[in-house]
Design a protein. Sequence first.
Length: 197
Amino acid sequence: MTNMAAPRSSPRQRLLETASDLFYRIGIRSVGVDTISEQSGVGKPTMYRHFSTKDELISAYLEEENRRHWQWFEEVLTAYQGNAKAQLLALLEVTAQMISEPGYRGCAFLNVLAEFSDEGHPARRQAIEHKQELNRRLYDICREAGALDPKVLADQLSLVINGALASAPIFGAAGPTGQLTAIGTHLINLQFNAPNG
């Protein structure tokens, strides 16, 4: 039996994985291309063939984060297919679990919004689009669930979720962040238990 080494990932993939790790742990503005090149083991000429600017690498990082987030989101929904109210409750629960994991440093998209104040910066636009999509998807689920006012509930849940994502690096899983599920569940129940008219 021969010992076969696992195939090494492509230079582009190594650059993206290294940048993703560093951008999330340290911050996008705090990480230079020299560090990414060195830690990925990919020379700068090769790096610039794949990403001609740091902004292109940032954009690729956010595209990958976006893809992974919506894949995770859809997996949660699929587990409760046919029960939109249970999907909303599950999203709160799994978000609470995610933000209590060791090494959680906040939402990548909220971190980008904090780092890039220039309204025209592509990274800022990507982060805003991601958060707007979250609100839109929450609205769709709230409407499907039959909430009395799906727009209000989607806005409330978006605020509570984003507040917890932003607060977790400050307070950890305890304290205010630990109230995500309770507050969200309360808001959901108000929409379904309130008298009509």
